[in-house]
Design a protein around this ligand. Structure first.
Ligand code: ADP
Length: 543
């Protein structure tokens, strides 16, 4: 082997904040604090404080490889942890505070967190479980002296006091880029949550791919607001991407209602934002009700569950905002695909182009995708034949922390996504369902996502979910579950009439039920498993 003679500089997360502090030092990070007021400072200050945090970790005895948990919203202090903890060589374990207390206990014990940092919002929650957290040596409450609550937590320290005692000079260590940097558990709709353990290398390669023009297209000119939480797929990597590109970073803290989000967008000139569809449903509702606009907002990346075509249209027509759909999972860091345009697609008729761009999108260089049909063969690129989707990438998981769930990769090193998808001639992937949500009717598959998408297109429908319910002859038939918009009450017949021209005849739901709200998962997605339980004994009309 003749080796190249180029420098071998390890890809380190700390290099991102170092770069941002040096070359975008005055660019702002603006947060809505948990205490209430808006907090603003710069990348230069963020780096100094991340170094103070790293020094504090040394003093607390946190060693490289140790896990440090966080239960926190998107704020500047959580941002500092992304760099202070990983930069020091420890592993940031972002815990989803919306999980059940039992699950939180499970994952903190499974991760063996040494310290847990928490926002004021979660003091009561953690007090309730603290005596079951076997490995935790102490707690750090992410606030200042003035707001320190009285707490039963043993060894509770105040974040600001901790930092104040430290100097902002810390030489970021260089070590093996394959070292673990952060840990995030998937919500685990079945079984226990499983940990995805990222590395410095995977994080940087993912960030480089994700900020390209064909993906999130970020530059220093952007003002970006991750509404997607830092505890869910690292806020889709935006804490890293922002430092890499020097964008202004706007963090919404605990307030994710439509009015609070709109206020920040307008006050901080936000140009780009990311979240799951349910969050943008709230924003659009608020905009419609209040008549307010969001002129600075140029584009939003929406994913985590399928984006309804009607949402893409409303953003475009009413607010001039481009929606770019994103597909990904905790296991893919999270970027898998994005629905950005190519010249080939730009040249299509408007209707065709919109149909292609409403799909989950194309892969970036660095991630390979294969879709295997029921016959075990790669499906043709015809946009209609579907199969199980697998991925291979330097930023995709090879397995779960401590081997949970067993070996995952196939012989070629591909990871099973648990999603069913199609691929079209232009290279755009479309998710038809999660494997476990597919409705199997008479040996054929019905896509619940397509039905939901069509149902949400009805003007009176706020949210829709479709599940398969037992049918004696067909095995399963679709049931449409609808939340109507405020003050509207569409009829069953009106909804079925709306669907009739839009879906195959045999896909038409056998019944429609109306509910006040849909159960959501800890990551803001419609909880299909819960719906299936709720409607387990549902009798369809013709049965
Ligand atoms: P959780 O199971 O906790 O929700 P993830 O957020 O990692 O974990 O979920 C990833 C899954 O979310 C994907 O496998 C896919 O089923 C779904 N998903 C993500 N983005 C989309 C999208 N744009 N359209 C449809 N489904 C999506």
């Amino acid at each position: 082997m003749l080796y190249g003679l180029m420098q071998d500089v390890p890809l380190m997360i700390s290099a991102l904040i170092d770069y941002a502090a040096r070359y975008h030092g005055r660019r702002e990070i603006v947060s809505r604090s948990v205490e209430g007021p808006i907090h603003r400072y710069t990348y230069a200050e963020a780096e100094a404080r991340a170094k103070q945090l790293a020094n504090a970790l040394v003093r607390l005895g946190v060693k490289p490889g140790d896990r440090v948990g966080s239960l926190a919203w998107n704020t500047w202090r959580h941002f500092e942890m992304f760099y202070g903890v990983s930069g020091h060589g420890a592993v940031l374990h972002t815990v989803n505070p919306r999980l059940f207390a039992e699950q939180i206990v499970y994952i903190i014990n499974h991760a063996e967190d040494r310290f847990v940092f928490l926002d004021l919002s979660f003091v009561a929650l953690v007090e309730g479980i603290a005596d079951r957290l076997a490995t935790v040596k102490g707690f750090v409450i992410m606030t200042d002296e003035a707001h320190m609550p009285a707490t039963t937590l043993k060894n509770a320290r105040c974040y600001e006091t901790l930092l104040k005692a430290e100097r902002p000079d810390y030489a970021w260590p260089r070590f093996d880029e394959r070292a673990a940097s952060s840990l995030c558990y998937t919500s685990g709709t079945t079984g226990n949550p499983k940990g995805v353990l990222y590395s410095h290398r995977s994080t940087l390669l993912h960030a480089m791919a994700a900020c390209q023009n064909s993906a999130m297209a970020l530059s220093a000119m952007d003002s970006v607001m991750p509404i997607a939480p830092m505890y869910h797929g690292n806020a889709w990597s935006l804490p890293y991407l922002a430092a890499m590109t020097g964008c202004k970073l706007v963090l919404p803290g605990p307030k994710m209602d439509g009015a609070s989000i709109e206020e920040l967008i307008n006050a901080e000139g936000v140009t780009f934002s990311v979240a799951v569809p349910t969050v943008f449903t709230m924003l659009l509702e608020h905009l419609e009700r209040s008549g307010r606009k969001v002129p600075s907002l140029d584009r939003v990346a929406i994913g985590g569950s399928a984006v309804p075509a009607s949402m893409i249209e409303t953003f475009r027509e009413a607010y001039g905002v481009t929606v770019v759909q994103i597909w990904g999972m905790t296991e893919t860091s999270p970027l898998g695909t994005m629905a950005t345009v190519t010249p080939e697609v730009a040249a299509l008729s408007e209707t065709e182009r919109r149909a292609v761009l409403a799909k989950q999108g194309r892969v970036q260089f660095g991630l390979e995708l294969k879709i295997i049909g029921q016959d075990g063969e790669t499906v043709p690129r015809d946009g209609t034949t579907f199969g199980d989707m697998w991925v291979r990438s330097s930023w995709a998981a090879s397995g779960y922390f401590k081997g949970e769930g067993g070996a995952k990769l196939d012989n070629d090193g591909f990871f099973p996504t648990g999603d069913v998808a199609t691929l079209d001639e232009h290279g755009y992937m479309r998710i038809t369902d999660r494997t476990k949500d597919v409705i199997k009717s008479g040996g054929e598959w019905i896509s619940s996502i397509d039905l939901e998408n069509a149902a949400v297109g009805h003007e009176d429908v706020k949210q829709a979910a479709v599940i398969g319910v037992h049918h004696p002859k067909w095995e399963e038939r679709p049931l449409l579950i609808v939340v109507s918009k405020e003050g509207r009450s569409p009829s069953r017949e009106a909804l079925l009439d709306h669907l009739r021209p839009r879906v195959a005849k045999w896909w038409l739901p056998d019944d429609v039920v109306f509910v006040k709200e849909l159960p959501l998962t800890a990551t803001g997605k419609i909880q299909k498993s819960r719906l299936r339980e709720m409607f387990a004994d549902y009798r369809l009309p013709d049965v």
